[in-house]
Design a protein. Structure first.
Length: 298
């Protein structure tokens, strides 16, 4: 199965890139809608201007088995995430202000390098605030031979307008479902509307790509794979999250109910996030997803 963007009509990818680029001036690319003139170099709330910042890249073997496969997933870590989670598990990457600022030709070259290394897919981590820059790079990379399926590895805080322009470009959506109540979202990630935005985004992602499809080699080729990080004291709302996915997305949703939470970044300042998840809390969350009939994976 070839990458979705290879099936677009001639010129369509470039048109999408232009429409996304127009959303940078003023910026409405993510749900924060800060309206900074990023094309002029002025950074938005994400601290990113006209070009994407890349904190790192690699053939990654630590993703879900259907994503990493045996050759690794071609991960590109974009820094300066538009969310500011106090417990960010990848703060040294997604919250960092270092890394390299790459223009479209440099980003395209990076995509092609990961393909040359034999990666199964191109895995874009925290891509929402640089979706325009990503598609601009794709326009340059595809004529040079890029064919890797695209994994959109996102916080789940995504604009519907941006997602609509990614329809037919993204093969696999891999969003977080962080919270089901706005109070927790506001306290711990700095956005009150996360649950509303996230639910609408997941519905749009499901509409575009449907349930996860895995080939005979066990590799994901298309579809939705939701990640849910279990947090202490039921902060993530796991029971409500499972119910929402089963009832409003699909009873066949594939979910990674993640148990790797630890008090990273600023979490020590925000009890009860200053401790690990207990075995009882983890078992309760897994049971909720199991009772909802969802497909749990790792």
């Amino acid at each position: 199965m070839q990458a979705a963007y290879l099936n677009l009509p001639p010129g369509e990818l470039a048109q999408r890139a232009e429409r996304l680029k127009a959303m940078l001036e003023p910026c409405t690319l993510c749900p924060r809608g800060c309206k900074a003139n990023r094309l002029s170099g002025k950074p938005g709330l994400c601290k990113t201007g006209a070009h994407a910042w890349v904190a790192g890249f690699e053939a990654h073997h630590g993703e879900e088995a259907c994503i990493s496969g045996w050759k690794g997933s071609g991960v590109v870590f974009f820094s300066r995430c538009s969310l500011h989670c106090v417990y960010c598990q990848n703060a040294e990457l997604s919250q960092a202000f270092d890394g390299k600022e790459l223009d479209a030709p440099a980003l395209a070259a990076l995509f092609l390098r990961l393909q040359a290394e034999g990666c199964h897919n191109l895995n874009l981590v925290t891509p929402g605030h640089v979706a325009a820059q990503i598609v601009e790079a794709l326009v340059l990379a595809v004529p040079q031979g890029l064919t890797l399926p695209l994994v959109y590895n996102t916080s789940g805080y995504d604009s519907l307008e941006t997602l609509a322009l990614l329809d037919g470009i993204v093969d696999i959506y891999m969003p977080d479902l962080k919270y089901t109540d706005s109070k927790s979202a506001h306290i711990y990630s700095g956005v009150k509307n996360y649950p509303t935005v996230n639910r609408a985004a997941l519905k749009e992602m499901q509409r575009q790509v449907g349930d996860l499809q895995v080939d005979e080699d066990g590799l994901a080729r298309r579809g939705l794979l939701v990640r849910h990080l279990v947090l202490p004291n039921r902060i993530a709302g796991s029971i409500a999250a499972a119910r929402f996915l089963a009832e409003e997305i699909s009873p066949r949703v594939h979910v990674n109910v993640m148990d790797q939470y630890w008090p990273a970044h600023l979490a020590q300042q925000f009890p009860p996030l200053n401790r690990k998840v207990t075995g009882k809390e983890m078992a309760e969350a897994r049971e909720a997803f199991r009772n909802a009939g969802l497909i749990q994976m790792n």
